[in-house]
Design a protein around this ligand. Sequence first.
Ligand code: SF4
Ligand code: MG
Length: 283
Amino acid sequence: MATFKEFRNNVKPNWCPGCGDFSIQAAIQRAAANVGLEPENLAVVSGIGCSGRISGYINAYGLHGIHGRALPIAQGLKMANRELTVIASGGDGDGFAIGMGHTVHAIRRNINVTYIVMDNQIYGLTKGQTSPRSAEGFKTKSTPDGSIESTLSPLEIALSAGATFVAQSFSSDLKQLTMLIEEGIKHEGFSLINVFSPCVTFNKINTYDWFKEHIVNLDSIPEYDSSNRIQAMTKLMETGGMLTGLIYQDKSRKSYEDMVVGFRQEGIANQDIQISEQDFDKL
Ligand code: SF4
Ligand code: MG
C-alpha cells in the first residue's frame, strides 16, 4: 500500500514560502494514502492560478487544464473510467468566477468527483486582484477604493444547488483537512471542499491570524447535525460562511454515473460499451 510520501513527485513546488497551498497538497497526499489508493488509481485535474500547479506536484495522473475548466475535464475522466479516483482542484477565482457555471452544474449533477478549492480570497497568480471571495471594501489594484460588490457565498450556493457533500477547512488544520478529503473521496457523489488557504504575498487582510480568529469549527457545536440541510444553511449564514468541518452530507442520493443508462453495471465503463437496442430506446 502506498505511503503518503509516494504521492509526492520530485518537482519542487514554486509557491511562495508560507503559502497555504503547501498544506493542501500534503493533506491530499495523506488522504490518498489513508484511503488505500495507489498513485495509478488517482487523477488530479487543476485549473489555472497558483493553485492550478498542484496537479504537477502530486505523483498520480495529472492534468493542468484551462481557466475555470477543471471540472468538465474531471467529470469526463470519471465517466470514462469510473474505477479512477478523481480530484479536481483550483482557486476561488478559478472555480467561483470564470468556472462558477461548471461548479454549480457539477454539484447538481453529482458525479463522483472531489473538488478542492484553495480559497485565498484574492487572485494570487496575477499579483493580487479582488476575487468573488474578497470582502466588501477589499482594496487591491483592481479595486483601489475598495470592492463595492458583495462577497460570494459558495457553500450556500452549493446547498441551494442540491449538493450532497459540502465541507470547509483551513490549510493549517492538517488533521481536519485530511479527514475531510478522505470523507470526500469516499462519498458516492460530488464532494465540495472549500479550504481557506492564505496568500501570504498579496492578501494582507485574510492572514493566518485572521482566519484563526474568525473560523467557527463545528467541533465546538456538538449538537450540529450534518444531515440537516436547513441547519447547514442557517449556521453558514449565522457565521458569515466561516464554519469549518463537514457541513452537509446526503448519503441517500445516487451518483450521476450510477444512474446513467449503460453505466449501471459494475465496471461497464471500463469495457467496450455495447448498448443494446433496449437500452438505446431508453436513451
Ligand atoms: Fe500562494 Fe499567494 Fe504566493 Fe500564489 S502569490 S503562491 S497564492 S502566497
Ligand atoms: Mg484565489
